[in-house]
Structure formats: structure tokens, C-alpha cells
Design a protein around this ligand. Structure first.
Ligand SMILES: [Mn+2]
Length: 192
């Protein structure tokens, strides 16, 4: 079982995150931002990851630090995945009624995020929609992976949820054990 645990405390937030890459989609999530919890639950469920997130952040200021730091912690966890005998690449095109999200991932050991999610309203529940893009930037930066995504649709809730489902499905594929792969780069070991 590939289980990774991250604890991170700053003056802005206190985050505990535990993920079992080889899980079954069980989750227990409490960030203090209910819609963000809903998105992380969709990610865990559809990626078949077991995920525990407990975050306490400076929500009296706004949701920015909490969302960013959960992204950092998820990145730090994903960075611990051994880059050997895994599929490495993952992709998903996930519809949700009017919305459709496309996500492509490379567990490359390099960090890059190319996102094309343009929210048409400022908030979904208590989550500032601009922080959704910032979340993926944080995951990519600290997880040393490439994340590309695009979202179309009308309903903002559906667009965000489709994106997190697609992220889960794509990451599930990228992290799949594939014994044929060995060292996953023609360069040899992917070093950090
Ligand atoms: Mn929903």
C-alpha cells in the first residue's frame, strides 16, 4: 500500500493530510470550506484514493491560504510516490451534465501547471473560484508533476466538480502499478 502522510503548520494554516493511493475511495475531509470538502471528496471517490484531510486555516481572512496549503500538502504527498513501475501518464475526460472537464497528468518529476478553468462567478458556496486554479498550481509545484486541464460548461458547481472528478480519474491512471514500465524515463531514474 502506498500511504503518505503530511503534516504542515504555519502561522496561516494547520493541515494534516493522509492519502492511500491504493485505496477504495473512502474519505474524511474537513477544511472548514464545505464546497472545497465536496470537491476533495469527488477527487478521492473517483480516483479510488483513501483520503483524510483536516485543515484549520485563517478563514477569518479568506479561504486562500487554506486552499493553497491543502494543495501544497497533497503535492508533498504525491511527490513521495516512487517513480518506478507506474503508468506515469494519466488522462480523463469527464462530463457532468452541461459541464465537461479534461485533465492530463504526467508524474514527470517536473512541476508545471497549465490550467484553463474560467469561472463565471466569484464564489461557489464559501470557495472563491479563483482558488481552484491556485489549488492545482500548488499541487503541481510541490508534487513535481505536470497537470493540464480544461473545463467547459454552464453550471459553475458542475464545472468545478467535473474538474476534480477528472483529476482523480487521471491521477488514478497515472499512479497505476505497471510492472512493465520499470524506470519510467529514457533518461534513467527520474530524480528530484
Ligand atoms: Mn455536487
Amino acid at each position: 500500500m502506498r500511504v503518505f502522510e503530511v503534516m504542515r503548520e504555519t502561522k496561516e494554516t494547520n493541515v494534516y493530510l493522509k492519502i492511500n493511493i491504493d485505496g477504495t475511495g473512502k474519505y474524511k475531509i474537513d477544511t472548514g470550506i464545505p464546497f472545497f470538502d465536496h470537491l476533495l471528496a469527488s477527487f478521492a471517490k473517483h480516483g479510488c484514493f483513501d483520503l483524510i484531510v483536516k485543515a484549520r486555516g485563517d478563514l477569518e481572512i479568506d479561504d486562500h491560504h487554506t486552499v493553497e496549503d491543502v494543495g501544497i500538502c497533497l503535492g508533498l504527498a504525491l511527490n513521495q510516490i516512487e517513480k518506478r513501475n507506474i503508468f506515469r501518464f494519466g488522462w480523463a475526460i469527464i462530463p457532468m451534465d452541461d459541464a465537461r472537464a479534461t485533465v492530463a497528468i504526467d508524474l514527470s518529476g517536473r512541476s508545471y501547471c497549465v490550467g484553463n478553468y474560467k469561472p463565471e462567478r466569484e464564489f461557489i458556496g464559501d470557495l472563491a473560484t479563483e482558488n481552484i486554479n491556485h489549488f492545482f498550481e500548488s499541487v503541481a509545484s510541490y508534487g513535481m508533476l505536470n497537470i493540464h486541464y480544461e473545463v467547459i460548461g454552464k453550471n459553475e458547481h458542475h464545472k468545478a466538480e467535473a474538474l476534480f472528478k477528472a483529476f482523480g480519474v487521471a491521477l488514478d491512471l497515472a499512479t497505476k502499478i505497471d510492472e512493465r514500465k520499470g524506470i519510467i524515463s529514457t533518461k534513467g531514474e527520474v530524480k528530484l
